[in-house]
Structure formats: C-alpha cells, structure tokens
Write a protein that binds this ligand. Structure first.
Ligand code: SF4
Length: 204
C-alpha cells in the first residue's frame, strides 16, 4: 500500500513560500466550498494569507431545497462574520452535471469511486473558473471532513493544476483538530449542519 502523504505539511510549506513570494499583496484564492460548517475553520486559517473568493459549486446536492438551504446558510454566515469574502454561486444542474457522471455507481459505498468522481467534478470546475478569472490559486474545503479522502483530493488537484495552469493549494484541513473546530464554530453560530453528504445516495 502506498505511503500516505502529509498534505497538511505540504500546505504549511506552500504557505511559507507564498508569504515570501507575495510581499505587496495577498494572492487570490478560489476556494470551493460545500457548506458553511465545512468552510468555517478553513477560512480562519487562510484568510490572513489569501484574498479568498468562495465557489459554491455543488450539483451533487441532488435536492434543490437542500442546495438552497446550504447556500443561504453559507451566505448568512459570511455576512455574520463580516468577512470581506465574495461567494460565487455556480450553475446548479444535477441532471446534467452529476447524475450522468456517476451512472452505474449509485449503489457504491460512500467514500469510494462515486465520491472520487464527485470530488473531481467540483474541483475541475473550480480549476477551470480559477483559470478563466485569473486567480493565483484554487483549492477546496472538502478535506475538512473525516469521510473525505484527502489523498485522492490532492492528487486530483495536482492533475488539474497542470491542466488549468493555476496553482493548487494542497491541504488536509481536518488535521490539527480543525474538524472539531468547525463543529465548535457551527455551535457558536448556530449553523445548519446536515447529517448526510449531499447526493440522494448518501441519505440513509
Ligand atoms: S456521498 Fe458525497 S462525495 Fe460521495 S457522491 Fe454523494 S455527494 Fe458526492
């Protein structure tokens, strides 16, 4: 079995280099997010280094009512914290962008092949937009969840960095108790924390 790479350490090193390279401005980061709780503790560690724009692109949230609930919660949370962070709401079409991509994998276990395709779908769109809008970096908060495979997320990010010619900020955001921190922040701000990942197949 391949040795696991410590992507949290890689991110720390990347940030040190970024601080040395960007002396007169913060680099612009397009950060994919899936909901308010997942980005809460990630924003806290990145906001002093990057000029963050959040990208809410999640066609995997297959019920529109749930999608809107998560988007609205995110939007309210950013306002509540007085962050100077813009949110881009991506196109929402599960029928076009999610279901055809995971066809045949509906019954696979959460954390397997279906999810890897789902990570890539969202990361690819983030990389594409980062390129077309001239961002310095792109990344995703997905690795905050203990259920998400940070090894796969980072490998996908590296491939997309080459494809879209925008630097990928590595990360394993759950490290250093950041997942617990996100739960703490969610309680403090009374955030809606869903009890399923997003697609109808992840609902028990
Ligand atoms: S369980 Fe979550 S990550 Fe996996 S396919 Fe469904 S929405 Fe995507």
């Amino acid at each position: 079995m391949a040795k696991k790479i410590n992507y949290d350490l890689i991110m720390d090193n990347q940030i040190e280099n970024i601080k040395a390279d960007f002396l007169d401005r913060k680099p612009a980061l397009l950060l994919h997010t899936c909901c308010a709780p997942c980005c809460s503790s990630v924003i806290e560690i990145l906001k002093d280094v990057f000029d963050i724009t959040l990208y809410f692109y999640n066609p995997n949230i297959t019920e529109k009512i749930e999608y809107l609930k998560r988007y609205n919660e995110l939007s309210c949370y950013i306002k509540q914290r007085n962050y100077t962070i813009k949110i881009i709401n991506g196109l929402y079409s599960p029928e076009k962008d999610f279901f055809p991509n995971v066809k045949g994998l509906e019954n696979t276990k959460e954390g397997g092949e279906r999810c890897f395709i789902c990570y890539n779908l969202r990361l690819e769109e983030t990389g594409r937009l980062a390129n077309s809008m001239g961002f310095d970096y792109f990344s995703t908060v997905l690795s905050i969840s203990p259920l998400k495979n940070s090894q796969v997320i980072n490998e996908l990010g590296e491939n997309l960095e080459k494809k879209y010619k925008v630097k990928f900020l590595h990360g394993d955001f759950k490290k250093k108790n950041r997942f617990l921190e996100s739960i703490k922040i969610s309680k403090e701000f009374n955030l809606y924390r869903q009890n399923f990942c997003g697609c109808c197949f992840s609902k028990s």
